[in-house]
Design a protein around this ligand. Structure first.
Ligand code: ADP
Length: 256
């Protein structure tokens, strides 16, 4: 009897091993496909500004000497496209970094100060009306450096895709703090919302706009949020505006 049971156990174990192996292979394959997709998207996205730069450079050679307007137009386009490429490369490096095991440092952090640190340069650089609403000083155990990077992405998007007032509000939540970034801009179509965290995804009408933008910002924000144990949720109505909530949990060093 014992012998039979042993055999049955052995079979179970084998079946279990086979399942685990299959699952591992599936995961590896998925990761590989994602990586491949990323490289192919990245090359495609980088090629677009390069093509613009190439054609303006050749225009400069052909007509630059005799036409001052051509020179101005070509140089402006080359400068703006190199800027876009630079932003894209910086963001890709950020994403590559976020795939490595990140060293987060969770310490007691003043959230009001973080929001202020991000808002101030944006106000100065763009002269935008960005309000901060908070009833008191809020603290949470988190990594302030990454929270700032995340908030910058959200506030910079609010700036790019709206013209009016932007409001960042801070609220207490059980076991954490919530920061909400609200704009009264163009909004995001419902069908696009589920894809916003995909790398290189942009709403169609923004792909050709001169706002800049790479479609990488929100995917970086999501990676950071995952690392912080934070939660991101997006509500938006076309023509009304967008509201993004970030719940930042209290997270201690030893609870990683
Ligand atoms: P991008 O660099 O293009 O801004 P993101 O990943 O940050 O990339 O955002 C993806 C897309 O989501 C944007 O291209 C834009 O179409 C849309 N989007 C993001 N934030 C907003 C917002 N506050 N209002 C309207 N559309 C937005």
């Amino acid at each position: 009897f014992e012998k039979i049971n042993e055999n049955v156990d052995g079979k179970d174990e084998l079946a279990q091993m086979e399942r685990t192996y299959n699952e591992m292979m599936e995961e590896l394959e998925q990761n590989y496909n994602k990586q491949e997709q990323f490289v192919s998207n990245a090359s495609h996205e980088l090629k677009t500004p390069l093509t613009v730069i190439e054609s303006y450079a050749s225009l400069l050679i052909r007509r630059g000497l005799e036409n001052r307007e051509v020179v101005d137009e070509a140089l402006a386009a080359i400068l703006s496209e190199t800027g876009r490429m630079k932003e894209m490369i910086t963001q890709m490096l950020d994403l590559a970094k976020s795939n490595e095991a990140q060293a987060f440092e969770f310490v007691d952090t003043n959230v009001n100060q973080l929001v202020e640190d991000v808002v101030k340069p944006l106000r100065q650089a763009y002269g935008r009306d960005i309000q901060i609403e908070a009833d008191e000083q809020y603290y949470v155990e988190t990594d302030g450096k990454y929270v700032k990077q995340l908030l910058f992405i959200l506030l910079d998007n609010a700036r790019k895709y709206s013209d009016g007032e932007i409001v960042a509000s801070i609220n207490d939540q059980s076991n954490g703090v919530e920061v909400t970034v609200k704009d009264y801009g163009k909004g995001i179509p419902k069908e696009d919302i589920p894809h916003l965290f995909d790398r290189f995804y942009r709403v169609d009408s923004d792909r050709s706009r001169k706002t800049g933008g790479t479609g990488l910002g929100l995917s970086i924000a999501k990676e950071i949020a995952d690392g912080l144990g934070a939660n991101l949720s997006i509500e938006s109505v076309v023509g009304m505006g967008t509201c993004i909530r970030v719940f930042i949990p209290n997270k201690r060093e030893d609870s990683q």
